[in-house]
Design a protein around this ligand. Structure first.
Ligand SMILES: [Zn+2]
Length: 291
């Protein structure tokens, strides 16, 4: 799967899991600020497993430092699409995010500051901003990331509790996305059992458990295929809807309104409007025009 597509899948996954707006799962509800910041963090985390090779979006984000990091990660993880694309890789990334969340600095003026979480999310948001085209120039991406990370760290010191969840979810979505393409992933790395010879000779079976020991559900075909774009388009709209709903709730609450009630009313009004339009449409079609 392409870098930007990974990021968009990560963004949509966070909206589904963390938002409580209509048409979301709300399994891990967070504040409106957590939905907006988490969408970018999760999108960035959905790029992180590709930090195992030199040509990834992540590698170009802050050269030469990001290139060195990618070389080291690739070395540790056994090359591209190996360790970082497994259950163990997702667990390690989640643990790193949890560890970063434990790094706090106590200041007299602002109290405890979650510096570790702030720095990690700064990196992830910068990755996401570049991949999603939110910032055209490299410096803009870092400026946006720095502003967001500083804002959450200072404004909501306990607002980073969700960081390991967002990072783990993003990484898992990346691995799942690559698993849907033909090359598959070594899900159980470092254990990479190879299929027997008769298996490799059977067309469909060979696609699901490849000769190299990768596991795949190759419904998307090759990376960047039209099927991949077809999957990502509605997910992009869904992510935009979730962020928009969070911004609306956050703004209404800040202005002193009962955001849930206002949105529920707006939702009822919109539903009634759509319903009326549908009825009018049906009636118009039923009634024969004069002449
Ligand atoms: Zn990948």
């Amino acid at each position: 799967m392409k870098g930007a597509h990974h990021a968009l899948c990560g963004a949509a996954a966070w909206v589904a899991v963390a938002s409580t707006a209509p048409y979301t799962l709300g399994w891990y509800p967070v504040s409106p600020l957590g939905v907006v910041a988490g969408t970018l963090v999760c999108a960035g985390a959905a790029l992180a497993p590709d930090a195992d090779h030199h040509d990834a979006t992540v590698a170009h984000s802050l050269p030469p430092v990001s290139e060195w990091v990618c070389d080291v990660v690739g070395h540790l993880a056994g090359g591209h699409r190996n360790g970082t694309h497994s259950v163990l890789g997702v667990a390690v990334l989640t643990a790193i995010a949890w560890g970063a969340g434990q790094l706090t600095v106590t200041t007299e003026r602002l109290g405890d500051l979650a510096v570790g979480a702030g720095v990690l999310s700064l990196l992830l948001v910068a990755f996401a901003a570049r991949a999603l085209g939110l910032a055209r120039r490299r410096l803009d991406a870092w400026a946006l990331a720095l502003a967001l990370a500083t804002f959450v760290t200072v404004a909501a010191p306990t607002g980073w509790d969700w960081l390991p969840v967002a990072v783990g979810l993003g990484a898992a979505v990346h691995v799942a996305g690559d698993m849907l393409t033909g090359s598959g992933v070594p899900l159980l790395w470092p254990w990479e059992p190879r299929p027997p010879r008769w298996w490799r000779r059977t067309p469909l079976l060979n696609d699901v458990w490849t000769a190299g020991g990768n596991l795949a559900l190759p419904v998307l075909g090759t990376t960047g295929s039209w099927r991949e774009r077809l999957l990502v388009a509605p997910l992009t709209a869904y992510a935009a809807y979730g962020v928009g709903a969070a911004v609306a709730v956050g703004s209404l609450t800040a202005l002193g309104y009962d955001a849930d009630r206002v949105l529920a009313r707006a939702w009822e009004a919109a539903s009634a409007l759509v319903g009326t339009a549908a009825v009018v449409g049906v009636v118009t079609l039923q009634v024969p025009l004069p002449g």
